[in-house]
Design a protein around this ligand. Structure first.
Ligand SMILES: [Zn+2]
Length: 218
């Protein structure tokens, strides 16, 4: 299971883990959409909320995810991203896995300090013509403020403004700190330094998972 603030590289690590282990990848949004599109009983229930423009309740999301974890494709394991989001969901997940006679291997936290997240995300610029993406520090255009490909102006999106990012981080911390603590208390939390290169973080995660697999065998 993956945890971490926006911009710390959790998504990149998820992609690598999918490649490494060839396991199904479950992000809450994807699972919910698949259930709704598939017209399963739980999917229809979720659809009713979406149609009314309401949030799908936590416990319904838990049931949708648990149903997928119980399916043959997840027999050898799975990668969870964005779920659980609350302690109630973490408990539901733990109970469901216990019923299946298995347990979560680890909660992998790819972490980065707020200021680093702001630096990474607020450096994004897009061109007004074709949305070509640049980064003032990591991928700058040849001429500052001008798109290399079409010469149009580069702007900072509302979502990439430092104050917007800080607000998102505030929400993230409020929601996620209790969950981090919950997994830490159960000995499942493993922390990774998201300020390191993606290669470093990846090899650190792989080594951790290998150790956990060895411990599970003995
Ligand atoms: Zn452009």
């Amino acid at each position: 299971m993956l945890l971490g603030p926006p911009g710390a590289g959790k998504g990149t690590q998820a992609e690598r883990l999918i490649d490494d282990f060839d396991l199904p990848y479950y992000a809450t949004g994807n699972i919910l959409r698949a259930a709704i599109d598939g017209g399963t009983p739980l999917g229809r229930e979720a659809h009713a909320y979406v149609e009314r423009g309401e949030l799908v309740p936590d416990d319904l999301i838990s049931r949708v995810v648990v149903e997928r974890l119980d399916s043959p494709e997840a027999e050898d394991g799975f990668i969870l991203d964005g779920f659980p989001r609350t302690i109630a969901q973490a408990e539901a997940l733990q109970d469901a896995l216990a019923k299946q006679g298995r347990s979560l291997t680890a909660a992998l936290l790819v972490d980065a300090p707020d200021e680093e997240v702001v630096r990474r995300l607020s450096g994004r610029r897009v061109c007004v013509k074709h949305n070509h993406v640049y980064h003032v520090e990591f991928d700058p255009p040849k001429t500052p403020g001008v798109c290399d490909q079409d010469g149009s102006r580069l702007v900072q999106r509302e979502d990439d403004k430092p104050e917007t990012i800080r607000n998102r981080l505030g929400v993230y911390h409020e929601q996620t700190e209790p969950l981090i603590q919950w997994y830490d208390e159960r000995g499942l939390l493993r922390r990774f330094d998201g300020t390191r290169s993606p290669e470093d973080v990846h090899s650190h995660i792989r080594a951790t998972l290998a150790t956990l697999a060895l411990e599970a065998e003995t």
